[in-house]
Ligand binder design. Sequence first.
Ligand SMILES: NC(=O)C1=CN([C@@H]2O[C@H](COP(=O)(O)OP(=O)(O)OC[C@H]3O[C@@H](n4cnc5c(N)ncnc54)[C@H](O)[C@@H]3O)[C@@H](O)[C@H]2O)C=CC1
Ligand SMILES: O=C(O)[C@@H]1CCC=N1
Length: 270
Amino acid sequence: MKTIDAILFVGLGNMAGAILDGWLASGLEPGRFSAIDPGRESAPDGVTLLPEAPAQGEFDLVMFGVKPQLLDAVAPTVEHVVGPETVLMSMLAGAPVSTLREHFPRAGAFVRLMPNLAAAIGASPCGLWSDDLDDETRAGITRLVDRLGSAEWLESEELFHPFTALAGSGPGYVYRFIETLARAGADVGLDPGQAERMAVQMVEGAARLAAGAKASPGELARRVASPGGTTQAGLDVLDDGDAMRTLMRECLQAARDRSVEMAGKSSKDG
Ligand SMILES: NC(=O)C1=CN([C@@H]2O[C@H](COP(=O)(O)OP(=O)(O)OC[C@H]3O[C@@H](n4cnc5c(N)ncnc54)[C@H](O)[C@@H]3O)[C@@H](O)[C@H]2O)C=CC1
Ligand SMILES: O=C(O)[C@@H]1CCC=N1
């Protein structure tokens, strides 16, 4: 397969827009990118916004980024630009390669991608799966996706379900945590606006420290907690009856199970 140069986004909403922003911020040429999205009036400078897929020509990579429910309706409108020299990359939760293959039978290769919104700042773990890439194209995809954070090739497509639950949906849980922490801060006496600012900054600082530390998060928690001190009093509440562990396991199980359910539905419909 040839090198990946021309990239077409089909759907440029929250997630695909974050990926495009991340690639542009990392220094890729805007002229490489085109996008089709009837919901957008403009695209970043230098990126071509198309009303529809051109009648002729192929792209090296087509990044499919609409809502999973729109796969059946949108795929036929762009199938003609996905040929044997095109990698079809999909960020759709719960759409297995088998379903994508039915919609894009001529595609040269298929890659599933599970990013999160931090792709916009080059800080997203990005799950990847493919069963039909040659080594050179795989290396090219890895370099491209590393610009969004880190390329994490998964050993089986099934692992997309737990990966999506943790890393794709994860920012949503963290934002809920920050929101709840800020509210609790106000409950115990802080000004609500100040509590929210502090919650965001505290999470950012703690995450950056953890990312650069040799010690595990568990060890870091121990370092914060002086015996008999304030942190230990708070941790005792989170740890009582394994409350936090149970809550997070149930949270990830629900997200993983929904991904499995979506995949089953999409295979049946496809
Ligand atoms: N939002 C997130 O954090 C993540 C989303 N994803 C996946 O990304 C995909 C998109 O999700 P979001 O960006 O959140 O949704 P979104 O609703 O923000 O984006 C979807 C875009 O598709 C466009 N669209 C609708 N009809 C179209 C058509 N006929 N042709 C081209 N574009 C069309 C819409 O105008 C919209 O901008 C989903 O499949 C989701 O599973 C994956 C990982 C994280
Ligand atoms: O909520 C969703 O279904 C998508 C996939 C991961 C994040 N957003």
